[in-house]
Design a protein around this ligand. Structure first.
Ligand code: SF4
Length: 369
C-alpha cells in the first residue's frame, strides 16, 4: 500500500494543520455526519466535464447541451433538499446558459482528457534521485484529478482549471496557483513525453454583469457549434493528435510568446499562463518539503484561524472547544464518523480513456526515482 497525498490533502495542510489533522485520510479521517454544503464549483465542473467530453466534442450542441444540463442537475440533486440547493440550482443554471453563449468565442483548444486521475512519486528533496518513503516504508505518491487537458493549434498541451468567482481573481493569485502548477507536474510525470505549456484559468463570474451585451455569433476558431478544434482534423486537439508534437507545428511556433495572455468575453475570463520548467521544478521541491513536514515526527497540528476559511470549516465546533481548552471528544463522537482510508473520486465518464475515442496518448507509468 502506498501513502497517498492528494491535492486536497495538501491544500488542507497548508490552510490549517488542525483541519487537515481532523479530516485527512492519512490522519483522523473524520467526516461530518451532517450533509456537506452545496458545492456549486464542483457541480459546474461536473457539467463542464460533459461539455468538453472528448468523445462528444464533435457532436451537435443540440445533443450535448441537454446532457451538460443533466450532469449539473445530477450533481446538485445529490445534496439533500434545502433552500441553498434551490439557490445553487438557479444560479448554476444561469451560469451554464451564459457559458454556452460565450465560451465558443474564446475556446481555442481541443479537449484531450477530462477528469483525469494522475499520481506520481514525491521526490525526497534530501536525496533528489530517490522517491520519498513514509516512516513505515511506503512509497509516497501525490495524487490529483485534473479537470481538463487540451491541445492548441500548435500542439501545445494545457491544463485547464475552472473557477466560479464572485470577482475576477488578481493575476498574482493565478500566477501563484500552486495546485495548477502541481497538476502540470503530475500530468507530465504520469504521461511521459507530454510536456505541458502552462495553465488556462477559466473563470466564470457568479454575479451578472450589468451590461453583458450580445454574445458573439462567431466562434474563435471558426468551427461552428461550440468552437474549439474538431476531433476530426489534425489542427490542435482531437482524434488524430499524435502524442508527440508534429514537426510542422513545432516549426511554426513563435520564438517568444507572452507569459500571460488574458481576455474577457462577457461573464467569462480566460487567463493563459505559460509555466517555465524552473517554475514546475520549484513546485516539486515545495511539495517535497511540505510532505516531509506532514511526515515529520515533530509535527504539530496547530490551528490557523482565518475569517476566510473558518466559517466554512466542518470542524469549527470541536476546534472552538479545543481553543477553550475543552476536550472535543464528545463533539467528535456525536457529529463525525471515520471516513474511508483513501480519497475516493466519483468515476467520471471519459476520465480514464480520453473520452472513449481513439485519442493517441502515451500510457501512464509512474516514473520510478
Ligand atoms: S475552524 Fe479554522 S482554525 Fe479551526 S480547524 Fe477549522 S480552519 Fe482550522
Amino acid at each position: 500500500m502506498d501513502y497517498r497525498v492528494s491535492a486536497l490533502d495538501r491544500a488542507a495542510f497548508k490552510r490549517c494543520r488542525r483541519q487537515w489533522d481532523f479530516g485527512s485520510t492519512n490522519r483522523q479521517r473524520l467526516q461530518a455526519l451532517d450533509p456537506e454544503p452545496i458545492d456549486l464549483n464542483q457541480a459546474i465542473r461536473d457539467a463542464l466535464a460533459v461539455y468538453y467530453y472528448p468523445g462528444m466534442w464533435d457532436w451537435q450542441s443540440s445533443i450535448v447541451l441537454p446532457l451538460v444540463r443533466k450532469a449539473f442537475m445530477r450533481s446538485i440533486a445529490a445534496a439533500p433538499p434545502s433552500a441553498d440547493r434551490m439557490q445553487a440550482l438557479d444560479l448554476g443554471t444561469e451560469l451554464l446558459e451564459r457559458y454556452f453563449d460565450w465560451a465558443p468565442s474564446v475556446d481555442d483548444f481541443g479537449p484531450l482528457r477530462i477528469e483525469a486521475d494522475v499520481e506520481v512519486i514525491v521526490p525526497d528533496i534530501r536525496e533528489p534521485e530517490r522517491g520519498l518513503l513514509s516512516p513505515d516504508g511506503q512509497r509516497v505518491l501525490y495524487t490529483e484529478r485534473v479537470a481538463l487537458v487540451g491541445a492548441d493549434v500548435d500542439d501545445e498541451y494545457w491544463v485547464v482549471v475552472h473557477h466560479v468567482v464572485p470577482d475576477w481573481q488578481d493575476i498574482e493569485s493565478l500566477l501563484l496557483d500552486e495546485a495548477a502548477i502541481a497538476a502540470c507536474w503530475a500530468w507530465e510525470q504520469t504521461y511521459l513525453g507530454m510536456d505541458v505549456a502552462g495553465t488556462i484559468h477559466n473563470e466564470m463570474l457568479r454575479s451578472t454583469p450589468d451590461l453583458l451585451g450580445r454574445a458573439p455569433a462567431d466562434t474563435r476558431t471558426g468551427r461552428p457549434g461550440r468552437g474549439g478544434y474538431s476531433q476530426n482534423e489534425p489542427s490542435g486537439g482531437g482524434r488524430f493528435l499524435p502524442q508527440a508534437e508534429r514537426p510542422d507545428r513545432l516549426e511554426r511556433r513563435p520564438a517568444t510568446r507572452p507569459r500571460v495572455e488574458q481576455e474577457i468575453a462577457g461573464p467569462l475570463r480566460r487567463t493563459r499562463i505559460r509555466r517555465t520548467r524552473a517554475e514546475i521544478d520549484a513546485a516539486v521541491q515545495q511539495i517535497g518539503a511540505e510532505v516531509l513536514d506532514m511526515l515529520g515526527p515533530d509535527l504539530r497540528p496547530y490551528p490557523t484561524p482565518s475569517p476566510r476559511h473558518c466559517p466554512g470549516c466542518a470542524f469549527l465546533a470541536p476546534c472552538l472547544a479545543m481553543t477553550q481548552g475543552a476536550d472535543p471528544a464528545l463533539e467528535l463522537a456525536a457529529r463525525f464518523q471515520r471516513g474511508p482510508e483513501a480519497v475516493s473520486y466519483e468515476p467520471r465518464l471519459g476520465a480514464g480513456g480520453g473520452g472513449g475515442r481513439n485519442i493517441s496518448l502515451p500510457g501512464g507509468p509512474i516514473r520510478e526515482s
